[in-house]
Design a protein around this ligand. Structure first.
Ligand code: ADP
Length: 494
């Protein structure tokens, strides 16, 4: 098959979260399975610095409302089967931030930027003369792709299947209705059956309504978002798409996230040399000016947003410390959380270390040097760090939601089955009791070691997830072929 992946960030060129990891890894796994994969994403400043592009492979313009906007296309052949295309328009994309300015405020022209991206994706495929079997778009930034496939580009892409993945339903790309003309779609699409969402336009809703198949990044999250508590207003529309809604767990790129060959950590280790993990812990202790002792270290690497359960950590910080834990946190995001975390670190010097910022190499050291990894998320579509933590022998303590629920199995000290600790209720007491259960096992070092090694043996590689996507692509391709056949558009030979 020829599979196009369109998304607004891709590792190693641009990243704000898990979406980038998916765009960077899934196409490569599909390539390994002998499919041809194409990645389409914007050329931001970070991409420019890494790619150092020469001449554009292609240039075209797209008319948005009254304006002709130029797209310069730069291509990068990643391997025989996978090619990335970066869409450049300096005034729209050549910025430091992907979606927000340095004060964490959304760029005012985000609707224009991502309408342009969605149009450019289809325009590009058309101009490259590619006949894709699947066009898979991700999150609100490319939510209009499935819409355009059934409207403005209907004739051209009638045989391609559209798949839309929701990586986080909390981000919906809602814009005022005055942006409707920018989309190039008529006002007849500004109704509650299509793009209208509480008086505004929602690009996320657009993707959900128009895609042939809708997926989310874990089975539990695909069920959770059908309820008002998790659906952020989309639960009604999702229920109408229930039979086309699937949950496929993200995978882990073990090339990057494995302690045996991790280039960011000072001491590489495996299950056979697990004692070296302690050396990484000591480096981590020093890095965060923590007391030099063996007390269990809890690691956290997170966006500082309500979604990540930061309030629970703030409320329980004193009790976490008094239980005998140390905690290191790397994160950035909402200013009040950043300030609060710095204040707590100041109060508990030697026990609570905080770094505000985005730092991939430090993230690796935290995975390697921590004993436990805490993810008390309010909701978590998939979550990656709990899976990285397992491979690093860092025992996850998580709230039982979304992908955290699907990947972490509560440890049973009698049978020694399970790989971590889970709590259900969204309150500090429940979180603390999970941490207490973890501490009890930590204090029985031989048991703890077996738990650590069990975690390290789990396999959440991308190849497995890619097989699920392949199945979905095939199923919907057959469905589309059969529909085409019964509509008289295809002969049985095709
Ligand atoms: P989300 O996409 O909701 O932020 P995920 O767990 O799916 O959460 O993915 C987050 C990714 O971003 C992980 O790879 C994590 O290691 C990384 N990450 C998050 N915050 C930071 C940070 N401050 N520094 C380095 N990496 C970070």
């Amino acid at each position: 098959m020829i599979i196009v992946h369109a998304g607004s960030e891709v590792v190693p060129f641009s990243k704000t979260g898990g979406l980038a990891d998916v765009l960077g890894a899934l196409p490569l796994s599909l390539g390994k399975m002998s499919h041809d994969a194409i990645i389409v994403s914007p050329l931001y400043k970070s991409v420019m610095e890494r790619l150092k592009p020469g001449k554009p492979a292609l240039t075209f313009t797209i008319r948005l409302n009254d304006e002709n906007i130029t797209a310069d296309i730069y291509s990068l052949k990643i391997n025989e089967r996978v090619t990335a295309y970066f869409i450049a328009n300096d005034s729209l994309f050549l910025r430091d931030g992907l979606y927000v300015d340095r004060n964490n405020i959304d760029y005012k022209d985000n609707s224009k930027r991502f309408i342009f991206l969605s149009r450019a994706v289809l325009e590009l495929i058309q101009r490259l003369n590619i006949e894709p079997d699947v066009i898979h778009s991700h999150d609100w930034q490319t939510g209009l792709v499935p819409v355009y496939m059934k409207t403005l580009y209907k004739e051209r892409f009638s045989r391609a299947v559209s798949v839309f993945t929701i990586h986080n339903i909390g981000y919906q790309g809602t814009f005022w209705h005055f942006d409707m003309p920018l989309t190039g779609l008529g006002w007849e699409y500004f109704t509650s059956d299509y793009l209208e969402f509480y008086g505004k336009i929602s690009f996320l809703k657009a993707g959900i309504v128009f895609a042939d198949a809708v997926t989310t990044v874990s089975p539990t999250y695909s069920r959770e978002i059908l309820n008002p508590e998790f659906g952020y207003g989309m639960e009604g529309i999702l229920k109408t798409r229930r039979s086309d809604l699937f949950g496929i767990l993200n995978g882990v790129d073990y090339e990057e996230w494995s302690p045996e060959h991790d280039k960011f950590i000072p001491n590489q280790y495996s299950t056979d040399t697990i004692e070296l993990k302690r050396d990484d812990k000591m480096v981590l202790n020093r890095m965060f000016n923590l007391d030099h002792n063996d007390a269990p270290v809890i690691g956290m690497i997170t966006r500082l947003a309500r979604q990540k359960g930061i309030d629970l950590v703030i409320n329980a910080a004193a009790r976490i410390i008094s239980m005998g834990f140390k905690l290191v946190l790397l994160g950035s995001g909402d200013k009040p959380y950043e300030d609060k975390m710095k204040e707590i670190a100041n109060r508990y010097k030697g026990r609570f270390g905080v770094r505000i910022g985005f730092d991939n190499s430090l993230a690796h050291l935290i995975e390697a040097g921590s004993d436990l990894f805490l993810m008390p998320s309010v909701y978590e579509p998939c979550g990656l760090n709990q899976m990285y933590s397992l491979r690093f022998g860092t025992v996850p303590v998580v709230r039982a939601t979304g992908g955290l629920n699907d990947t972490i199995v509560e440890y049973n000290p009698s049978s020694e089955k399970g790989n971590g600790f889970k709590f259900r209720e969204r309150n500090a007491d429940d979180m603390l009791s999970a941490l207490k259960r973890a501490m009890d096992v930590f204090n029985e070092q031989s048991k703890w070691l077996r738990l650590v090694k069990t975690g390290m043996s789990y396999d959440f590689s991308w190849d497995r997830s890619a097989e699920h996507y392949e199945l979905l692509y095939k199923a919907y391709s057959i469905k589309s072929l059969l529909h085409g056949y019964s509509d008289g558009n295809s002969s049985p030979d095709t």
